[in-house]
Write a protein of this length. Sequence first.
Length: 212
Amino acid sequence: MNLIIMGAPGAGKGTQSEKISAKWNIPSVSTGDMLRAAVKEGTELGKKAKTCMDAGQLVPDEIVIGIIKDYLSSDKCKDGFILDGFPRSIPQAEALDAMGVKIDAVLSIEVPDEKIVERMSGRRVCTCGASYHVAYKAPKVAGICDSCGSALYTRDDDAAETVLKRLETYHNTTEPLKDFYAAKGLLVCVAGREEVKDTTADVMNALSKFEA
């Protein structure tokens, strides 16, 4: 199965990608993973990407798309793949089509904005790597890590105002992809529910009809 997974920041794409990857034994790959692999392997496109990254610049679409094409045509993806984080815009989706990459389904995980803000702004992390949530996974003592006793903090990315900006970017740039793929008969929408297992059950049920 060749799958694209999309959804707003904090919708649970990464968690569901892991579940799908385990069920169908296909790799879940993000743009970042592919870029880092190309840079590490020293491919021609990887060298170009590294030059941009070292200069603190965004890697141009044409380089990113070339790296993705190379990765998806490698043995790692011969039995299928899950694309997480690409495409992010209609031009990128059109470029993916132009590559001749066959997509079997596009899964969109739907979560209301207010729930996303609650999920992300409620997250607390510790320098030891432990992660909590004020509503869903509170530490025993407020603001203190159960594991090491250090003070917990909110990541900059999880601050409510930052989350709202990221959601605005998603709605303006990425969400139009739903109409793009719906017109091709590839879009499947699943509600992101409170319990991860419930969302996973809905995802597996929705994707089962696309099994080869």
